[in-house]
Design a protein around this ligand. Structure first.
Ligand SMILES: C[S@@+](CC[C@H](N)C(=O)[O-])C[C@H]1O[C@@H](n2cnc3c(N)ncnc32)[C@H](O)[C@@H]1O
Length: 264
């Protein structure tokens, strides 16, 4: 289950990749713009400011996230649904999906299908985290693999659910698209007050730790959480009441082939 409040704890840091992604989509007057995995919807609402004459829709599989999005006074239609089942209509000129496809096994097949099914000249803009070998995730795997919860947790931890930028560039170019792909490491300087949990632990609770929290009972979760907090404090030491948390992200913007001038 996704918790919008927990996810929004680091809203500024989590929003920036979305803005950096959409900044690379030069569509002028798209008919319909779809945000797949729109989460709490505030970023989707920003798409309505960028393209005020377009139909903007957001889709997310979490009813909690969509309920939160629906409270926004934005000219956007939000729907609960799974992106695996989504198919582009003939007027979808822009698809954005940011920090979502790492949760979607087999998303390469989806990407090539969307590239085939989208209208010619449409834009497909994707961002995924590229931090699965970072100290945060190594610590997560270590703690998960070293306790009584091992058998339950290890199958939940994905080793490499995403490609690098070159890998996606190749995939989408093979699917007939023009591709712009890149990677960025954001250095988040997270406040670390002495009386609060380690900020990387708090960050992970909004995302990567959700599947683990869902399968552990309360006492076991408390022990797991404390052990992980200790490992994270070693990996990301607090200095001057803050923690430096480098976070790699992978981006690509692909344009489906031919008749490109139609959607300029
Ligand atoms: C990390 S949040 C990203 C939210 C937003 N796109 C952003 O950039 O802040 C991931 C979102 O993807 C959604 N999600 C995960 N798997 C999905 C699926 N198969 N179909 C639709 N949404 C999915 C989750 O419910 C969650 O809201």
């Amino acid at each position: 289950m996704w918790d919008p409040a927990s996810y929004l704890r680091y809203s500024d840091e989590r929003s920036r990749p979305f803005h950096d992604l959409v900044a690379r989509v030069p569509a002028r007057a798209p008919r319909t713009v779809v945000d797949l995995g729109c989460g709490p919807g505030h970023l989707t609402a920003g798409l309505a400011l960028r393209w005020p004459d377009s139909r903007i829709t957001g889709l997310d599989s979490s009813p909690e996230m969509v309920a939160r999005a629906a409270t926004l006074a934005a000219p956007v239609t939000f729907t609960v649904g799974d992106l695996h089942d989504w198919r582009p209509g003939p007027d979808v000129d822009v698809v954005v999906t940011s920090a979502v496809l790492q949760w979607a096994p087999g998303h390469e097949r989806l990407l090539t299908r969307w590239a085939r099914e989208l209208p010619a000249g449409a834009w497909l803009a994707v961002q995924v985290p590229g931090n699965f070998t970072a100290p945060s995730h190594r610590a997560l795997r270590e703690v998960a693999g070293a306790g009584p919860w091992r058998a339950e947790l290890l199958p939940l931890l994905r080793q490499a659910p995403v490609r690098d930028a070159a890998g996606y560039a190749e995939l989408l170019a093979d699917a007939g698209c023009a591709v712009d792909a890149w990677e960025t490491v954001y250095v988040h300087l997270l406040p670390a007050p002495a009386d609060a949990d380690h900020p990387v632990l708090t960050w992970l609770e909004g995302t990567a730790l959700r599947p683990i929290r869902a399968v552990l009972d309360d006492p076991t979760w408390a022990v797991f959480r404390a052990a992980l907090g200790d490992r994270l404090a070693e990996a990301y030491p607090v200095r001057r009441a803050r923690v430096s948390f480098p976070f790699r992200r992978v981006f690509f913007v692909a344009r489906t082939a031919a008749r490109a001038e139609e959607n300029q």
